[in-house]
Design a protein around this ligand. Structure first.
Ligand SMILES: C[S@@+](CC[C@H](N)C(=O)[O-])C[C@H]1O[C@@H](n2cnc3c(N)ncnc32)[C@H](O)[C@@H]1O
Length: 262
């Protein structure tokens, strides 16, 4: 399968693949960036006067797409590695955006009540609280704490946007294994095999991937505990959000919950 995607091609050209390269590639299988950005923009409403924080901006989705659509998005992330991907993607998009390197724990001090909308999407990023770069394991208290730090940046009356693995996928007892079709991207041949397993006795979810670029395999593994939807809803309400609801957003691969800060 031949893929034309300047961002991913540039990531592959940049050198040895890392977790950011893998994430960029996985998005390719999960959703169409432009279609999803249109869906998010529809939920956001008119751009004028709206201050948005994407506090897990990662390699740039959906912040860069929203900025291109005229939104004022402040971008933060705790990983320099991911921001290297972000900056390269911003350059490719012709956008002059300076993301801030910032851990979630530092957000309330810097950005308390500073935004009309705070968003954090990417498959339930709270499960990686403090653990994206180093393969650690966040517990439920750490996840709730992280979500509280994001919500603290929403002004009273402002809106919050977060995602979570679809309920049916969290219910699965068997491993989910996928071998994606071989991709031809620029000069590169890419194969990805992924397995997601959930161990119900320990509550630990393991995402293992083998990314093979031009014949060289690279192994990645992220272990995390996970939240059920009802647990996420309780945490969101406990953080001072009202009108917490599952919100359909066209193009989103994960389930979305939104709320309004009281
Ligand atoms: C799965 S990526 C999602 C990126 C992007 N929002 C997207 O949808 O493509 C999760 C991001 O959360 C960031 N992250 C994880 N723990 C963090 C923390 N404690 N503080 C700040 N960012 C963190 C990671 O660096 C990573 O870029």
């Amino acid at each position: 399968m031949s893929v034309s995607d300047a961002r991913i091609e540039a990531a592959l050209d940049a050198g040895d693949p890392d977790i950011g390269t893998l994430w960029e590639l996985c998005m390719l299988f999960e959703f169409d960036r432009e279609e999803t950005a249109d869906g998010i923009a529809k939920w956001l409403g008119p751009a004028e006067g709206l201050r948005i924080l994407d506090c897990a901006c990662g390699s740039g989705f959906p912040a860069l797409e929203l900025i291109r659509r005229g939104y004022d998005v402040t971008c933060t992330d705790g990983s320099e590695l991911m921001l290297t991907h972000f900056r390269r993607n911003a350059r490719l998009e012709g956008l002059d955006v300076r993301p801030e390197l910032m851990l979630w724990e530092d957000l309330p001090r810097r950005h308390a009540e500073g935004f009309d909308v705070v968003m954090n999407r990417g498959g339930g990023n709270y499960i990686y609280a403090g653990a994206w770069d180093d393969e650690g394991l966040a517990d439920q208290a750490a996840m709730a704490e992280a979500i509280g730090q994001w919500v603290a940046c929403v002004r009273p009356g402002g809106r919050f946007y977060v995602d979570i693995t679809r309920a049916a996928d969290l219910e699965r007892r068997e491993d989910q294994s996928v071998v994606h079709p071989t991709l031809l991207i620029g000069q590169h041949t890419v194969d990805i095999a992924e397995t997601i397993s959930i161990d119900r006795s320990t509550g630990i979810r393991t995402w293992s991937s083998t990314l093979t670029v031009d014949g060289t395999p690279w192994e990645f593994q992220r272990r995390s505990r996970y939240l059920r939807h009802d647990q996420l809803i309780e945490i969101l309400k406990g953080c001072g959000l009202a009108d917490v609801r599952k919100t359909p957003v066209a193009g989103e691969y994960y389930d979305i919950y939104t709320g309004v800060r009281t």
